[in-house]
Design a protein around this ligand. Structure first.
Ligand SMILES: Nc1ncnc2c1ncn2[C@@H]1O[C@H](COP(=O)(O)OP(=O)(O)OP(=O)(O)O)[C@@H](O)[C@H]1O
Length: 260
């Protein structure tokens, strides 16, 4: 059997010490295959971001192991990049320079660097906005720049922590659609954190449901509806309901935009 792209095995994590110690993750185990979009889904505070940070090597697990292509993850690397809800563009750098930032420190010939940056910018549809500065862009466009910066690095895995949460629903829907297009083209592996049920069902191949206090993997739900998915299709509603059922939320609550 092929080695999964990412493996999380029996991960425990606590914060604080003594009486103030709080166990945030317990025995978390899951894997992500190449080219999959896997979403960590659960209530606020259940440990989704902590688990994502551990996957990226930004936090250390107390117990258990994280493997990327079979190798232990001990620190952040450029093979696994993180995209945050806060977009973190440098305001004094143009779109082009912000995307180039991801390649700083890499030994690339100028021509190769240009090709990578332009390829990424074309993928997000910003190849004609090279000289614009972040304040001249909408929130959605800024997040596209951040996605281009991540893509230019050509990572194996992109970790996304609620990347579209700050956007209005039009921009969010648009970018979700764009993300699927880009992901399909590059067969990128994505691990996403969200508490937006629509986003989880629209994007994911698998949704990993987490319970709280401490965070555990409660269930994995494979979303078998064909992509691109219609949000109004009965199958889409079926998977939303299936996720809501995990939280014992009644079916009356399955209105669009419902967030856990
Ligand atoms: N560095 C830290 N030090 C102490 N406690 C922390 C730290 N990071 C997270 N926590 C605590 O761990 C718990 C899980 O936090 P985490 O951010 O992983 O949850 P989450 O599921 O991503 O929440 P949300 O959906 O609200 O972002 C929370 O109770 C949080 O306060």
């Amino acid at each position: 059997m092929a080695i999964p792209m990412m493996e999380v095995i029996n991960v425990d994590k606590s914060f604080g010490s003594g009486e103030k110690q709080v166990k945030v993750l317990s025995q978390a185990t899951f894997h992500v295959k190449k080219g999959e979009i896997v979403t960590l889904f659960g209530k606020s505070g259940c440990g989704k971001s902590t688990l994502l940070n551990i996957l990226g090597g930004f936090e250390k697990a107390d117990k258990g192991s994280i493997r990327h292509n079979g190798e232990p993850v001990l620190k952040p690397t450029k093979t696994c990049v993180m995209l945050f809800q806060q977009i973190n563009l440098l305001p004094w750098r143009s779109v082009l320079k912000n995307v180039e930032l991801g390649l700083e420190g890499e030994k690339l010939k100028p021509k190769e660097k240009w090709a990578r940056v332009m390829d990424a910018l074309k993928l997000v549809g910003l190849e004609n906005s090279l000289d614009k500065f972040p304040h001249e862009l909408s929130g959605g466009m800024q997040q596209r720049v951040a996605i281009a910066r991540a893509l230019a690095i050509q990572p194996d895995v992109i970790l996304m922590d609620e990347p579209f949460a700050a956007l209005d629903s039009f921009n969010r829907y648009n970018l979700q659609q764009e993300l699927l297009r880009i992901q399909k083209k590059k067969n990128t592996t994505i691990v996403l954190v969200t508490h937006d049920i629509d986003e989880a069902v629209y994007l994911s191949d698998r949704v990993i449901i987490m319970s709280s206090h401490p965070g555990r993997i409660q269930k994995e739900i494979t979303i078998t509806q064909m992509k691109p998915r219609s949000r109004t299709h009965a199958d889409f509603q079926y998977f939303r309901r299936k996720i809501l059922d995990e939280f014992q939320l009644s079916t009356e609550l399955i209105a669009p935009e419902y967030n856990i």
